[in-house]
Design a protein around this ligand. Structure first.
Ligand code: HEC
Length: 193
């Protein structure tokens, strides 16, 4: 009984300390200060395991398809390069202000099932948006297909592949204009399927 009493007391002390920490404002939410090592480690582990658990049932379709890769490249050029760069692009300003910094996706090809899940659902509190609310699965797989090729792609090849996309970049940013639905503002994909 005495042991149980001490245990409950510790839990109460812990909860009060936690509440003081949250309400006092001492936790620094600034993006331009680094996490403590322990916080970074905890968030990283939670993210990895969360994504791994949720990608288990995902069946990866055939991604080696030229039309699909082109469609994916166009969407990527319109929505993703500011944060993740592209062949021939060294850096961007937004990348320096984001915490965590978005990975440079010209350096490695992400695992297809994980990339699909992350693009569709986004990652809370990181700046990685969920594109699922505005894009169907087929379009997201097209971006995944493109990402598999990107690390081996030169700047010229990339420019050719995305020549159509850059012309309608304003519409392609998928800004909502009054009266238009999200799916109606994807001109790059409407011609291909
Ligand atoms: C505003 C910035 C931003 C934009 C725009 C953005 N992302 Fe991200 N993305 C991030 C950040 C930040 C992360 C890393 C999150 C983390 O470390 O947990 C990320 C992670 C990812 C990952 C996981 C990479 C890995 O390590 O396996 C993929 C794949 C990805 N993004 C694809 C995309 C695609 C495709 C688009 C465009 C449709 C896009 N992102 C647009 C910020 C962005």
């Amino acid at each position: 009984m005495r042991f149980l009493g001490a245990f409950i007391l510790w839990i109460i002390i812990f909860l009060i300390a936690g509440a003081i920490f949250v309400w006092s404002g001492v936790y620094d939410v600034a993006a331009d200060t680094q996490h403590w090592y322990v916080t970074k480690h905890l968030i990283g582990t939670a993210r990895e395991n969360s994504i791994e658990l949720r990608t288990k049932g995902i069946n990866v379709p055939n991604l080696d398809n030229a039309a699909m890769i082109k469609e994916g490249a166009e969407h990527y050029a319109e929505m993703c390069t500011g944060c993740h760069l592209a062949p021939g692009m060294d850096d961007s300003e937004i990348r320096h202000g984001l915490n965590p910094r978005p990975p440079n996706l010209t350096r490695f090809a992400p695992d297809p099932a994980e990339a699909f899940w992350v693009i569709k659902h986004g990652i809370k509190m990181t700046g990685m948006p969920a594109w699922g609310p505005t894009h169907d699965d087929q379009t997201i797989w097209a971006m995944v297909a493109y990402l598999q090729k990107q690390p081996k792609m030169g700047a010229d090849e990339y420019r050719q592949l995305t020549a159509d996309a850059s012309q309608d970049v304003d519409e392609g940013m998928h800004m909502s204009t009054p009266g238009s639905s999200a799916s109606a503002s994807t001109p790059a994909s409407s011609g291909t399927h």
